[in-house]
Design a binder for this molecule. Sequence first.
Ligand SMILES: *Cc1c(COP(=O)(O)O)cnc(C)c1O
Length: 551
Amino acid sequence: MVEVLKKTGGAEISMENLLRIFTVPEAPGSTLNRLDNDISENLAGFLQEHIVAEEADLVKIEQDFNDTRIPEVPVFVSEHTQFLLDKVVAQSVHTSSPSFVGHMTSALPYFMIPLSKIMIALNQNLVKTETSKAFTPLERQVLGMLHRLTYEQSDEFYDTWLHHGRKRLGAICSGGTIANITALWTARNRAFGPDRDFPGIHHSGMFGAMRHYGYEGAAILVSERGHYSLSKAADVLGIGRDNLISIETDSYNRICLTALERKLQELKQQRIRPFALVGIAGTTETGNIDPLDKMADIAEAYGLHFHVDAAWGGPTLFSKRYRTLLKGIERADSVTIDAHKQLYVPMGVGLVLFRDPSVLESIEHHAQYIIRQGSKDLGSTTLEGSRPGMAMLVHAGLKIISRGGYAMLIENGIELARRFADHIVTLEDFELVSDPELNIFTYRWAPADVQARLLEADEDTRREINEILSRITQVIQKEQRERGKAFVSRTRLKPECYDQQAITVFRVVLANPLTTDKVLREVIEEQREIAAGMRDSSDMRALAALVRTSV
Ligand SMILES: *Cc1c(COP(=O)(O)O)cnc(C)c1O
C-alpha cells in the first residue's frame, strides 16, 4: 500500500479530500486550469500543439490503457490531466482540421465549448420535467423549429402541439442510429397494433403478431446505400437483419423504383408484411438523395410508414437554393436529422421528427414514480432513459447561426464539393467516381492511360486493373492518414460503368467551413506524391504491364 502511494505519488483518501473534489476549483496555475484556459483562449492552437500529427499504431496506444486495476488511492488531478494531454489528446484525431475531409465530424463553432460547460454544470436530465424544468420546453421548441423547417405546418398547428401533454413532434436522442430505431419502432408498433382480442405487438411480441395477422415475417425496405443503423434496427425490432431488404440503386446511387415495386410484389406472395420504406436524404457514402416524392407515392399506395433518413442531408432544408433536392420529405411520416453532423453541435445528439404528433404514442411507456400518464415528461416516448440537455446546444446553434447562417454553410459545402469534383475531372491522373449532389463524393487515383485501357479492355483485364487500382487507392489513403497532414476516408462502391464490380474509392465530406479550394488541391497533391513514391511496387509494375499490352 505504502509502495503504491509512493509510486504514483497518490493523494491521500479522506472524506475531506473527496469533498474538495466536489466543491473546490483547481488552483489558477494548476495543470487542469492551464489546459482549460488554453482551450478557451485558442482552441485551434491548443489542438495544433497537442495532437501529434503522425499516426501511432493503435496496438502501441493500447499499451497505455492496459491496466484493469482501478487505482486504490486517488491520482492527483494535475497528474491525471497531464496523462490525458500526453496519452489521449496527443493521440486524438484532429477532426476540426480543414484538411481532414473524410469524417462526418468537423469543426465546431467556438461558442459550443463554453456552452457545453454550462450544460454539464447544470446536469439536467430530460427524462422527466422534475429534473429538467426549462430544458423540457426548450427541447420541445427545438423539435418544433426543426419540425417546421421540415414540414412547414401552420402557426395554429404549432400552437396546439408544441407543448401538448400527450403529443410530441419528435424525440431527441444520442444520434442518427437511435433516431432511426425510434422511427421504425413506431412503424412496427402501428403496423401490428391492437386488433380485436390482439393487444398489439408491443405486448405480444413478434411471434404473436405474425400469428394474429397471418404473416410469415415483417420487412423494412431501403436502398443498398442504407446506413448500417437500419440493420441494427431490424435486429433489435425482432424482424431480423435479413428482413431489412436492400433494393438496388441506379448510377446516381438512388433507389431503383421499379426494383422496389417488384420486391413489394414478391413480398406479398411470400406473406411477408413490409411496414416501412426508408428514403435516404444524403447517403453516408456518396451523399445522394433518393427520389423522395415518388417513394412517398409508393409508400402511400402500399400502406407503408415512410421514413426519411436525413441524418446527413436534413440541414439542406435551410438552403432555399437547395431544399428542393429533398422534395417529398414533407410527406414522410418521420425524418431523422443528426445534430452532431451538419448542425455543428458536439457529438452525441440527433433527433427524429414525426409529421403526425400522435405517432409517438405507439411506443409510450409509463412508470409509477416517473413519466406518469399525462405528464409532460419526455422520457415516456424516448428509447433512452436518462438523457443530457444537449438540446440546449442545438437551440443555441439554431439561434446564433440562424436559418440564414446554416443555409450559407450548407451552400458553401455543396459548392465547394462541386468545384472540387469539377477540378478532379480535369486531372489526368484521377477519376471522379460519384458526382456530388450534396457535399460528399468519391474519386480515385487512375492515370489517363489506365482509364483509357479500362474502356477498351476485355472483362478479365478490366477486373484485374480495377483490383490493382483498389489496392493502390487503399495504400494511398492509409499512407496519407498516417502522415497526419490530411485525411480522406475510403469506401467500396459498385459503379455501373464497371459492371457492378466493387472498387475502392476515396470519399470526401466537405462540411468544414474552414476547408478551401487550396486545401483540397494540397490533398490531391499529397496523394499524387504518395502514388509517385509507389512507382516500384509490384502493383504499379503490374498495372503498367496491363496498360502496355493494349498497344
Ligand atoms: C450518420 C448517419 C446515421 C447514423 O447516425 P449516428 O449519429 O452515427 O448514430 C444514420 N444514417 C445516415 C444517413 C447517416 O449519415
